[in-house]
Design a protein around this ligand. Structure first.
Ligand SMILES: Nc1nc2c(ncn2[C@@H]2O[C@H](COP(=O)(O)OP(=O)(O)O)[C@@H](O)[C@H]2O)c(=O)[nH]1
Ligand SMILES: [Mg+2]
Length: 322
């Protein structure tokens, strides 16, 4: 099997989940063995400081299905997925959390939805979530509502760790920073449109504790804004900065002209009262002109950066004749 492409690759990013790993592997193996397909499982150990690596190597010694990547230190879930996606060769790829909150019993149906129903990506939906209501479930609902509005994807649980992909998808997206929360959006932007959802069973955490606190939502929102901005103006920053920069500048010129004309008229009438420098509009006009110029220059610099980016001519090509 080592040389041929497996039908299924499972990727498990993990950080300090030693207690869960043996049970997780045993359960996954039990479920996948019944499917009669070739498969492997990639544990991406993100610099765990507990016994996770020993547990993984123990599993690798006894099973031909187990592969692993060990980071020297903790980089985050997105880098772990990035490396998993690079390494995995399965025609279908399933990602799942290591903490046994994702139910391995979901694997066959997720696999079937990709291979038979033709989905590019199926995202799990933890409809009955067994986490703390106040710190997890409520913020998650708000967050997903915003994500739906911004991304246009009708998913209820964008950040669910349990997802299935066609190989093409994972080989054509680049997960970086903390963008693992928006993989469906990255896939959509890469041109993969058949994105579905499956209600999945959610289990209570058996061992250890959650690694993501409330700050994930703050970072999550900021990342969402970045993504939206990149998608809308990433390739043409001048369309954004240039437009508001020019508008502000023109507004500044108009209002400073009005201030000047008013002053000339006043002088003609021999009214020497207010100095131009005492007129609030004078300062606002100058501010608008300076800000307008800065925004315009920012847009121009951004355009120059893009023109020099090695990514500038990266296009998603679905098919090409020889
Ligand atoms: N690669 C990597 N995985 C992580 C990190 N933090 C958490 N994880 C894994 O991501 C999955 C979900 O994390 P968890 O703490 O259970 O989040 P929760 O289920 O949303 O509370 C688990 O498999 C964790 O081991 C990290 O820093 N790097
Ligand atoms: Mg969890």
């Amino acid at each position: 099997m080592a040389n041929s492409t497996p039908n299924l690759s499972i990727i498990v990013p993990l950080y300090n989940e030693a207690e869960s790993l043996p049970k997780l592997y045993e359960w996954v193996e039990r479920v996948v063995a019944k499917m009669g397909i070739s498969w492997d499982i990639w544990f991406v150990n993100d610099g765990s400081t507990d016994n996770s690596q020993q547990e993984i190597e123990k599993l690798a010694d006894t099973s031909e299905h187990v592969r692993y990547i060990q980071f020297r230190h903790n980089y985050g879930k997105s880098p772990a997925l990035y490396c998993g996606f690079e390494a995995a060769e399965g025609d279908v790829v399933i990602t799942m959390d290591a903490d046994l909150q994702d139910d391995p019993e979901e694997i066959p149906e997720l696999y079937r939805m990709i291979t038979e129903d033709g989905y590019d990506l199926v995202s799990g939906w933890k409809k009955h979530r067994l986490d703390n209501a106040l710190t997890k479930n409520l913020p998650s609902k708000l967050y997903n509502a915003t994500a739906r509005a911004i991304t246009g994807l009708k998913l209820h649980d964008m950040n669910c760790g349990l997802k299935a992909y066609k190989k093409d998808v994972i080989k054509n997206i680049e997960v970086f920073g903390e963008m693992h929360r928006y993989i469906p959006f990255l896939a959509k932007n890469a041109g993969f449109t058949k994105i579905g959802e499956k209600v999945v069973n959610h289990r209570k955490r058996e061992f250890g504790s959650s690694k993501f606190g409330i700050n994930r939502f703050v970072n999550g929102y900021l990342d969402l804004l970045t993504l939206w901005f990149l998608l809308k103006f990433g390739k043409q920053p001048m369309h954004f900065f240039g437009l508001i920069g020019s508008l502000m500048f023109v507004l500044g010129v108009i209002s400073i002209s009005v201030v000047g004309i008013q002053k000339i008229i006043a002088l003609n009438h021999h009214e020497y009262g207010m100095l131009v420098a005492d007129n609030a509009y004078f300062h606002l006009s100058i501010l608008a002109m300076i800000l307008g110029t800065l925004l315009f220059v920012t847009g121009f610099l951004a355009e120059l950066i893009i023109r020099n980016s090695p990514e500038r001519n990266n296009y998603q090509i679905a098919k090409k004749s020889c």
